[in-house]
Design a protein. Structure first.
Lengths: 305, 317, 477
């Protein structure tokens, strides 16, 4: 698939459209699925294993990141049967700190890169950002696409950037953040998904979490349809990561239902689906505890980080 | 032996027996309500022998909350200190009304109708309190019925006031009414009058800033609105002197329409209309004669605050 | 779904209290049927369990009910509209308050998934009463003259597919306009109408304004043929509609009919494919296909055939067929043994006619009346399964090349209730909508209902409209 402007544009604009009312109704209908008892317990554990525990603040320090990494390894100190999360997600400057704590644990280390969150920087800066994170120990890179270029129709530019970053990743996996809250329409989300996948993304991700509109069920549904159709067309299986605004177990389970009934169980796996979240983890732990003890839990019983 | 279905829960039977008795038309003379506070000292919480009442504070209603006037002023009404709204309160109320307007207009007509019906439920439930505040019982009944009348318009005005237009060409052409936006209202003195200017404005999705004449009933209405699932900012009620604050509403560039129904001074009405011309607001002039708010208002109070949008679309393949 | 089986999520039955037997609701009270009537049983189609014994109204009972409605008509129509409105608002509110109970009851008696009765049927019932309540005191604005008058006593006969909703569609406008009613629910689904009678009592509706008489075809015939009825409203099969139209000939009775359909759901190659597939599924499998306006003929543009069919089959494989009271069930039970037999018969005919039959793998319960969602491909207009209403979860798939051909095929039927159009192109939608001979056209959606939106058919799908301002016309002189 070449990045030539003409091919890419006609391909992307030839994709079937998305009816907003229809897709939102479908997502809402799937949100009414009732998942209880044994199914709920399994779903909670799976959701925990899918969390990319995240801190992306200007005020992050080694102390904060060490604490979060410890929590990632052992989310519930009171219950050793609780699984670890999928990954830690931090800024490049904090990667070496997290790497020390996570070494040898199997928990991945994801770093944002490419002038996250805005992506408004020259390519060399973005690539340096990426290489630095990989060298520091990140085995996953979460990059941002250039939304300005995308919205002004410069698809080739966006495509070429992703290819370059993928190269700079080396063996690290690449998640491409579409920043769906800035793309404006579901049609654009579909187009950006296909563009990113053709350019080599291992995962497509909804949001940076830094703009008001982050992950939603309908946006994730559109992205799941895209990865499903992409696999049918090319044989390659790309993962999906909704990030930002997912705070409760109830929300998380809705996403799992979405996966289950749109793309199927092949994507019900931390290698193919992640939650970009921070406070979600404690709600999952509280719900998990409630299922085992039978009464409602309180936040005092869980570590803040 | 056939049997009638029994209510599954005792609560339903209880609810049925709680149904208010006012199902009969309010044709007969309503009994004069006992007015424990009539003509007496502050507040309608009469001191029983040996017990001191807790007096109500009469504040403004802006953005769903009850602030005092930013000016700190009050005025005396029947022995109560009532908040005296300033131009800055009016300014803040317009901000609140504007903020609430898109979401209110974006609610379904069904939802707005249900909210208005709930307002009627809440007024009915507080009959005694309104009567104690000086609203005659028959007028109170009429006010509840007026809310119910308007509640039923929410999902019908588009069918009565809109149209599919048979243009001379292969075009789909539809005219549909939309709310004009934020409406400044100078309310009449009576409770029924107050209700008759607020309901038609908000039922179609406008939000209002109301300058109220009779404060106790108006503030009690505000309390009803605050407990009726009305989003904050949809109705804002300012107590005070309309002559002082109305000109600020009339000249405010972020107010779309002005309802002068309650203005009794013709000179003031003219000045306000002139001021409104600055941003070409839609203006409802005060009626020529004292209006009878019990009569069928017709659709004009609603349509005067609606914009008609006509959309064309070609048909063909 | 091996990794993610949803555990059973049954809605509790305890919220509804079904008595062992019921009488007729006449003149504000439940009374036994006269001696010439008998009783019949109503069952839960998902389990064949008997739910209750219901009275069968005989000729004398019909007479009593009509007389009660006639007596009540004078005072009811003389009430100011604002007072009638408040009764209807009360009913709407009570329906909202008892929503869970009514939804469970409807699923038990009808077989439809609780998800549908809870999220579609019962909310629409409340909405219809709420909407028409608001017309009761605004009739002069409805466009039917300065002082529209009611007709008198309305005889209303409704089907089993949306029992309480069809009741709401009939009773709400009739009462708002000032009429009184005698309504007969379908014999396989009498219970929600009887509970509605209880709601009328709770609302303190004056006796005789609403009368509910249960029974089968004979009761219905006696009701519509009763000489003291001013208006007949019927929703049901085209065949019975024809009989009723014959029986009112030469009388002064006004008649509206809402009958069968064989709607075309037209998918163009520029449709939003994923949503179109949802629309196809919703169009024919919603309510087990027991929908007069079901999109039972898929007309897919040949250039999109492979894509759409593959996506449709993939989607059908996630449909959950089972216990109607399970919150995760998508497709419930067929309403009766008789209906199941008819669906099976027509499906066998489809296969014999040469169409190719496909269903996703489906574990059906052993008790109850069940039919797996089914599609027939390779269907043409000459096949019986393209012409006759099956009234079940069976889709006939045909193809077309151009918009003109789609219109031709869509209109080539004695029916004309509804149609669907799927395309991203606005001008195509509007041009198609212009040319489709159907009373309801859905573009990029399907099976959407609203009390403000008039519904009814062209040609043999009936005449008259329910819903909206137009829905008042049938009940005004």
């Amino acid at each position: 698939m070449s990045g030539s402007a003409f091919n890419l544009r006609s391909f992307l604009h030839g994709l079937p459209g998305v009816d907003k009312v229809g897709v939102e109704a479908r997502a809402a209908a799937l949100g009414t699925r009732s998942v209880k008892t044994t199914a709920k317990a399994a779903a909670i554990d799976l959701a925990i294993r899918m969390v990319d525990l995240t801190t992306l603040e200007g005020a992050d320090t080694p102390g904060k990141v060490r604490a979060l990494s410890a929590k990632a390894l052992r989310p519930d100190p009171a219950d050793p049967s609780c699984p670890s999360v999928a990954a830690i997600c931090v800024y490049p400057a904090m990667v070496p700190v997290a790497a020390e704590v996570l070494a040898g644990s199997g928990v991945h280390l994801a770093s944002v890169a490419t002038a996250f969150p805005s992506g408004q920087a020259p390519l060399e800066v973005k690539l340096a950002d990426t290489r630095d994170a990989v060298a520091g120990g990140a085995d996953e890179i979460d990059m941002v696409i250039s939304r300005g270029a995308f919205l002004s129709g410069r698809y080739d530019f966006v495509y070429d950037e992703i290819v370059a970053v993928k190269q700079a990743c080396g063996s690290a996996h690449l998640k491409v953040i579409l920043e769906t809250g800035e793309l404006g329409t579901y049609d654009n989300v579909r187009r950006a998904s296909w563009l990113a996948m053709h350019a080599g993304a291992d995962f497509i991700k909804t949001s940076t979490g830094k703009v008001p509109v982050a992950a939603t069920l309908p946006v994730t549904l559109v992205m799941l349809e895209a990865v499903r159709d992409f696999r049918a067309q090319t044989g390659r299986q790309v993962g999906v990561k909704p990030a930002g605004g997912i705070r409760t177990t109830k929300d998380a389970i809705k996403y799992l239902v979405l996966i289950n009934e749109t793309v199927g169980t092949d994507w019900l796996d931390p290698d193919r689906f992640r939650f970009g979240a921070s406070s979600l983890l404690n709600d999952l732990l509280m719900q998990r505890t409630k299922l085992t003890t039978g009464h409602y839990a309180g936040p005092d019983y869980f570590t803040l980080d | 032996m056939p049997k009638s279905p029994s209510p599954a829960k005792a609560t339903r039977a209880a609810a049925a027996s709680k149904a208010p008795a006012s199902t009969k038309a309010a044709a007969g003379a309503a009994p004069a309500a006992p007015a424990p506070a009539a003509g007496s000292a502050p507040g309608a919480s009469p001191a029983r022998a040996g017990r001191l009442g807790v007096r109500k504070t009469y504040k403004l209603f802006i953005g769903g909350a009850f602030p005092r006037s930013e000016s700190g002023r009050t005025y005396l009404v029947d022995g109560d200190n009532v908040a005296l709204a300033s131009r800055k309160d009016a300014r803040d109320a317009v901000v609140a009304a504007r903020k609430a307007q898109p979401k209110w207009a974006g609610a379904t007509a069904y939802n707005r109708g249900q909210v208005l019906y709930r307002i009627a439920e809440m007024i009915e439930a507080r009959r005694d309190e309104f009567i104690a505040r000086g609203v005659p019982a028959a007028e109170l009944d009429a006010a509840v019925d007026r809310w119910v009348w308007y509640a039923g318009w929410s999902d019908k005005i588009a069918q009565v006031h809109g149209s599919a237009n048979p243009v001379a060409g292969p075009y789909f052409n539809i005219s549909a009414p939309e709310p004009t936006g934020v409406v400044g209202v100078v309310a009449p003195a009576s409770f029924l009058g107050l209700v008759s200017v607020i309901a038609p404005a908000i039922v179609t999705g406008n939000t209002v800033v109301v300058l109220a004449a009779a404060p106790q009933a108006a503030v009690t209405l505000a309390e009803v609105l605050a407990t009726s699932d009305v989003p904050g900012g949809v109705v804002n009620i300012l107590t005070g002197h309309a002559a002082e604050t109305a000109p600020w509403l009339a000249s405010h560039d972020d107010v779309n329409a002005l309802d002068l129904t309650g203005v009794t001074d013709p000179t003031l009405a003219t000045d306000l209309e002139r001021a409104a011309a600055g941003s070409l607001k839609r203006v409802l002039r005060p009626p020529a004669d004292t209006p009878d708010f019990t009569a069928d208002p017709g659709v004009h109070p609603m349509t005067a605050l609606l914009e008609i949008k006509t959309v064309w679309h070609p048909k063909g393949f | 779904m091996s990794l993610f089986e949803y555990a059973p999520a049954p809605e509790s039955r305890s919220v509804v209290d079904i008595a062992p037997s019921y009488g007729l609701f006449i003149d504000g009270a439940f009374v036994p049927a006269s001696s010439s009537g008998s009783v019949f049983k109503t069952v839960n189609p998902a389990s064949e369990e008997v739910l209750a014994e219901v009275a069968s109204a005989g000729v004398e009972d019909v007479d009593r009910a009509v007389a009660a409605a006639r007596r009540a008509f004078g005072p009811w129509s003389a009430l100011p509209g604002a007072e009638r409105a408040k009764y209807l608002f009360r009913i709407a509110r009570i329906v909202q308050e008892r929503a869970r109970e009514l939804a469970v009851l409807e699923s038990l008696d009808n077989g439809k998934p609780i998800k549908e009765s809870r999220d579609v049927d019962v909310p629409l019932v409340a909405a219809h009463f709420f909407y028409y309540a608001g017309w009761a005191d605004k009739l002069k604005y409805a466009g039917f003259g300065p002082d529209p008058r009611p007709l008198g006593v309305a005889a209303q006969v409704i089907p089993w597919n949306f029992p309480l909703l069809m009741l709401a569609w009939k009773i709400a406008p009739a009462l708002a306009a000032g009429n009184t009613v005698v309504l007969k629910p379908a014999e396989t689904t009498p219970l929600s109408a009887l509970f509605f009678a209880d709601i009328c009592q709770q609302a303190e509706l004056p006796p005789g304004v609403v009368n509910i008489i249960t029974g089968a075809g004979e009761t219905g015939r006696a009701l519509v043929e009763h000489p003291d009825v001013n208006k007949v409203a019927f929703t049901g099969s085209t065949e019975v509609g024809r009989q009723i139209a014959r029986s009112v000939a030469g009388t002064r009775k006004r008649l509206t009919l809402e009958l069968g359909g064989k709607a075309a759901n037209i998918v163009f190659d520029d449709a939003p494919i994923d949503q179109a597939v949802e629309g196809i599924v919703n169009g024919i499998f919603f309510n087990q296909g027991h929908v007069c306006c079901a999109g039972s003929r898929l007309l897919v543009q040949e250039s999109a055939y492979d894509t759409v069919l593959a996506a449709l089959k993939r989607r059908m494989a996630t449909l959950r067929v089972g216990d109607p009271l399970d919150k995760n069930t998508d497709v419930g039970a067929i309403n009766s043994a008789a209906q199941l037999a008819r669906i099976r018969e027509l499906s066998e005919i489809g296969a014999e006619e040469g169409a190719e039959r496909w269903s996703p793998p489906c574990e059906l319960p052993s008790q109850g009346y069940w039919f797996a969602p089914t599609i027939f491909t390779g269907v043409t207009q000459a096949h019986r399964i393209a012409r006759e209403e099956i009234f079940g979860p069976v889709l006939s798939v045909l193809t077309f090349r151009t918009p003109d051909e789609a219109i031709e095929k869509a209109n080539n039927t004695p029916y004309g209730l509804s149609a669907g159009i799927w395309t991203e192109k606005g001008s195509l939608i509007l041009a198609m909508a212009d040319k489709l001979r159907a009373g309801v056209v859905w573009a990029n959606t399907f099976n959407k209902f609203d009390p403000t939106s008039p519904f009814g058919g062209y040609k043999e799908s009936g005449y008259g409209r329910e819903g909206g301002r137009h829905g008042l016309e049938a009940y005004l002189a």
